[in-house]
Design a protein around this ligand. Structure first.
Ligand code: ATP
Ligand code: MG
Ligand code: MG
Length: 428
């Protein structure tokens, strides 16, 4: 992808925006961009530099992301919003073309890494609560104050906020930035030994400023032993607004990453803010258990979409016929009775049972957690609670007695368990 129209190749100490930003180390990458830790010489702070691929569609996407992010950041105190702040943007011309660059506040590891560091065992419930609360604050800000739907909420797109503020005098805290290519550079290149040293130094700096050393654990590779994240105040922010849209101008029909995709998107029955609430529930489950809630696969005689719908129904009960048959693609999957055409028998396994049986939750933990999640996984999008409502939920406040008082009927339909223990999928 490092060719014309693709990524811009960056080396440590490369300069951007007329020398204002100096590249320190690669932080991550996506389909659209590479993201670098950069030193902002004008503010003496570290920032994240998202350098977009240069082909026309990526430029377009970046312009859109800048548009959304600047409207979100405009005049707001972004520290309290749990949404990444856009600091600056500019164009950078390189051998592969002209790249739009976004300067974002520098954040820590993704939630996916956090889940990995915990060896996919699930985080302690109080950490799950803290993270859920942050994501909800972010969603409430997007939805209610800006009318923006994120449409790609997933663990990779939620980043931890560093426990140490990297913008606070990095030099004095021993995190001197790399300002120029060291001696030994030949035609702008450096010998591999120097390059290695530089990288190691940059890696140490990132680990230090992102709080990895003392909190979430080593970088990149899984830890030797489980990291202790107790006693760490976990905060996070939502990033990656490349696919976000204003609810009154949705532009893509197929949105969301597969595993976090809401049923109305699969059925093409229209969507709104509540698609983010569905993804949010999937993330909450994943944080608590270490496993994705839905991992659909293509099978013999059925598609990934059909498997996905089947998995949803096995967990949540049958999709009401009216909803199942209301989408532009409903006929591809359902007969007129609202039954899946090619997956005839479902093995129902309600959420609280799943939490107890597979994840060894205590009965009360399982019930409380599923009471929080199930309304978010309602097949009727308009019935899902908003982020604002969710923030009021007793599970988040951690008050068990209230949770019990407020216990609602869950939305799991009564199912005929005796029917079959086997999911039998038949070809047409
Ligand atoms: P996608 O393919 O998901 O659309 P993308 O190209 O739009 O990705 P982002 O998701 O914005 O790029 O960023 C890619 C990765 O870079 C993130 O998953 C994260 O690891 C890292 N990253 C992004 N923004 C920041 C930031 N502000 N601070 C630190 N790291 C970041
Ligand atoms: Mg991303
Ligand atoms: Mg993106």
């Amino acid at each position: 992808s490092y060719r014309k129209g693709g990524y811009h190749a960056v080396r440590i100490a490369d300069q951007f925006a007329g020398g204002r930003y100096i590249a320190q180390r690669k932080l991550g990458w996506g389909q659209f961009s590479t993201v670098w830790l950069a030193y902002d010489t004008s503010t003496s702070a570290y920032v994240a530099l998202k350098i977009q691929k240069s082909a026309a569609q990526f430029v377009q996407a970046a312009l859109h992301e800048i548009d959304v992010l600047s409207s979100l950041s405009d005049g707001a105190d972004m520290n309290s919003k749990c949404v990444v702040k856009l600091i600056d943007n500019f164009k950078h011309t390189g051998p592969n073309g002209q790249h739009l660059c976004m300067v974002l506040e520098f954040l820590g590891d993704t939630l996916l890494r956090l889940i990995k560091y915990n060896r996919y065992k699930g985080l302690p419930m109080d950490k799950v609560r803290e993270i859920c609360k942050c994501i909800l604050i972010g969603l409430d800000y997007l939805h209610r104050e800006h009318g923006v739907i994120h449409t790609d909420l997933k663990p990779e797109n939620v980043l931890l906020v560093s426990t140490i503020d990297p913008s606070k005098d990095p030099v004095r805290s021993g995190l001197a930035p790399i300002l120029e290519r060291p001696e030994g550079s030949v035609n702008g290149g450096v010998t591999s030994l120097i390059e290695k040293k530089l990288k190691r130094r940059a890696r140490r700096a990132v680990a230090k400023i992102s709080g990895r050393n003392n909190s979430i654990g080593g970088e990149m590779e899984a830890p030797k032993s489980e990291r202790n994240i107790d006693g760490i105040d976990v905060r996070c922010k939502v990033v990656d607004f490349g696919n976000a849209c204003w609810a009154d101008k949705p532009f893509a029909e197929e949105i969301q990453t597969r595993q976090y995709r809401a049923p109305e998107v699969i059925l093409q029955a229209g969507y709104s803010f509540s698609v983010d609430m569905w993804s949010f529930a999937c993330i909450a489950f994943e944080l608590a258990t270490g496993d994705m809630l839905f991992t659909p696969k293509v099978g013999q005689g059925f598609s990934e979409d059909e498997d996905h719908l089947a998995l949803m129904m096995e967990l949540l009960g049958k999709i009401p016929r009216k909803i199942a048959t209301a989408g532009a693609k409903s006929k591809d999957f359902f007969d007129r009775h609202g039954d899946l055409k090619r997956i005839r028998r479902l093995k129902f396994w309600p959420l609280n049972k799943l939490l107890i049986d597979r994840y060894k939750f205590s009965e009360s933990d399982a019930n409380e957690f599923s009471e929080f999640l199930l309304p978010l996984l309602d097949f009727a999008p308009e019935k899902r609670p908003t982020a604002q409502q969710c923030l009021q939920h007793p599970w988040l406040l951690g008050i068990e007695s209230t949770a019990n008082e407020m216990r609602n009927e869950s939305n799991v339909e009564k199912v005929d368990v005796g029917m079959s223990n086997l999911k039998i999928k038949v070809g047409k």
